[in-house]
Design a binder for this molecule. Structure first.
Ligand code: HEM
Ligand SMILES: CCCCC[C@@H](/C=C/C=C\CCCCCCCC(=O)O)OO
Length: 509
């Protein structure tokens, strides 16, 4: 039988953008030599089979009450890092399902015990809302105080069976639909303005900074596209204000670059009070109150009271969308740079736009198969949100590729996604970034294993599930961002987090 951990030597020599730049990305995302893969393709014969026998209890241990969680947390963040943390345990237990403590920890975050899921067979258990509850598990084993959200339990924290869930999610879908026509012009405005600035800076022998530029693009794009206003202008809102509000909400599970470990450890056991960002949130509320009348009217048609809708809207735009995009887009730029597909992408974008009459539209994007594949491969290779949590509603059975395990009602499941999306049973050369992986009929068959949105890429979010409401929006926006870039440039050079050079396409090509 093939070794459980075999075939994990193929690595892409790359560096994770998150590890070096964006504050919000954690150092726990490994910078080089990704080895997330646990299974080789030799497992294909036995894996994904319908039923297996329950032969043993779920392996792993939580250790002594306080000490076990401290030891696991230190290994997760500092001594081993996330990849080795999970990989070494999977090897020790010979299982992709096992028990361990996840951050944050006691005394102020009381229960860190989870059952980890690391393969494509077990991971979808997290999506079956008939068997698992997603109530208050959006950020993990803890939930930030509702003070960060105007006192409301926001949509992302609601279980699918809570009545408000369907109302607010329907509002979210409707908002995206009602603003569909503004998405392309919104990105065009924000991206082109930024590209003009980059060129000016390069002419002045300065090196434009990638991550902060992308943050600026995202905020300008989102507020233009959704509210017909540019928050990055005067009387607006700064990206720093939004990031300050986001930080304490994810600090319990993140490794923030700028913070020394002893202080960070405090954040992993003690929630920062809302008071530290109260002023920032007030600025955000004031901005959205002034610019979201039409969207709040729309929310009212779904039965969502205005004030609750306002705080949900802020969360959708600033946490879900802005927070997600500023993790995703720098990573995308880095991957495209390293994989050497810039010129081909640029040719593909230019040809499709020419064929569609010379304008970049949502429809012209359809004729860009390499671009589509590259975006999916980015989302597979480094899912922007690495973990998803869910609590068993009832006693249930979870299958890994080789075994079945009994899970008790109330136990917490934690899927660590990069292992599942680098599962060698379903993906060839899973640790390599292959720009063409999702092209053609065979590529399309792999999309069901792309899980970044808390569900398979081939399925749709609905008011009855917990699949990300922005799934299609994010894929479109990422394509649009790249298409804008490659319509103007045919190649680029990065120097760490800075843009070293940009070469424009000649207008005739
Ligand atoms: C790169 C960007 C994004 C990423 C990586 C992302 C990822 C996710 C993930 C992993 C979840 C599931 C969390 C859980 O385990 O419960 C989720 C849920 C959610 N996302 Fe996103 N998302 C992104 C953008 C968006 C956008 C653009 C919107 C809407 C405008 C959005 C709205 C939501 C909502 C409302 C939920 C909760 C769904 C529900 O309650 O049924 N997200 N997202
Ligand atoms: C700031 C992150 C924004 C993502 C928005 C997206 C989904 C969020 C889901 C859960 C929030 C978890 C926060 C991620 C912390 C990552 C820490 C790490 O890397 O180890 O919204 O739908």
């Amino acid at each position: 039988m093939a070794s459980f951990l075999s075939d994990r030597s193929t690595t892409l020599s790359s560096s994770g953008v998150g590890a070096r730049g964006c504050w919000i990305a954690s150092k726990s995302r490994p910078a080089t030599n990704f080895r997330y893969q646990l299974h080789s393709s030799a497992w294909k014969a036995t894996a994904l089979s319908p039923t297996k026998r329950i032969q043993r209890e779920i392996p792993g241990s939580y250790g002594l009450p306080l000490l076990g969680s401290i030891s696991d947390r230190f290994n997760y963040f500092y001594f081993q890092g996330t990849e080795e943390f999970f990989r070494s345990r999977a090897e020790k237990y010979q299982s992709t399902v096992f028990r361990v403590n996840m951050p944050p920890g006691p005394p102020f975050f009381p229960d860190p015990r989870v059952i980890v899921l690391l393969d494509q067979q077990s991971f979808p258990a997290l999506f079956d809302v008939s068997k698992v509850s997603k109530r208050d598990v959006f950020t993990g084993t803890y939930k930030p105080s509702a003070d960060f959200n105007g006192g409301y339990r926001i949509l992302s924290y609601l279980d699918a069976d809570e009545p408000r869930h369907a109302q607010i999610k329907a509002f979210c879908f409707d908002m995206l639909k009602s603003r569909a026509k503004s998405i392309v012009p919104g990105m065009d405005f924000a991206a082109c303005r930024c590209f003009d600035r980059w060129e000016k800076e390069l002419r002045a022998k300065q090196a434009p900074e990638l991550v902060s530029s992308i943050e600026e693009i995202c905020l300008a794009f989102l507020t233009r596209a959704l509210m017909d206003h540019d928050a990055t202008g005067a009387s607006g809102l700064s990206t720093e204000t939004i990031k300050k509000w986001l930080a304490p909400q994810i600090a319990p599970v993140a490794l923030l670059d700028a913070i020394p470990p002893p202080i960070m450890e405090l954040l992993h056991v003690f929630p920062l009070p809302f008071a530290v960002v109260k002023k920032d949130y007030e600025a955000i509320v004031s901005y959205f109150s002034a610019h979201s009348t039409a969207l709040l009217d729309l929310a009212a048609t779904h039965g969502v009271p205005r004030d609750e809708a306002l705080h949900n809207l802020i969360f959708m735009v600033c946490f879900n969308t802005f927070g997600g995009l500023i993790r995703l887009l720098p990573e995308v730029v880095q991957r495209v740079h390293e994989s050497g597909v810039a010129k081909e992408l640029s040719n593909e974008v230019a040809a499709a736009v020419r064929d569609a009459g010379g304008r970049l539209t949502a429809r012209s994007i359809d004729g860009m198969p390499l671009l589509h594949s590259v975006v999916y491969e980015c989302l597979r290779f480094q899912p922007p949100v690495p973990f998803q949590y869910a609590r068993a509603r009832q006693d249930m059975v979870i299958e890994s590729h080789k075994e079945a395990f009994r899970v008790k009602k109330g136990e917490m499941l934690c899927g660590f996604q990069p292992f599942a999306t680098r599962d060698g049973v379903v993906f060839d050369r899973p640790n390599e970034f292959l720009p063409r992986r999702f092209m053609g009929d065979d590529g399309a068959k792999l999309l069901k294993y792309v899980l970044w949105s808390n569900g398979p890429q081939t399925e749709n979010p609905s008011v009855d599930n917990k699949h990300c409401a922005g799934k299609d929006f994010i894929v479109l926006v990422t394509r649009l961002f790249l298409a804008e870039f490659f319509l103007r440039y045919e190649s680029f050079q990065l120097d760490g987090q800075s843009i070293k050079s940009l070469s424009r396409r000649s207008p005739s090509t």
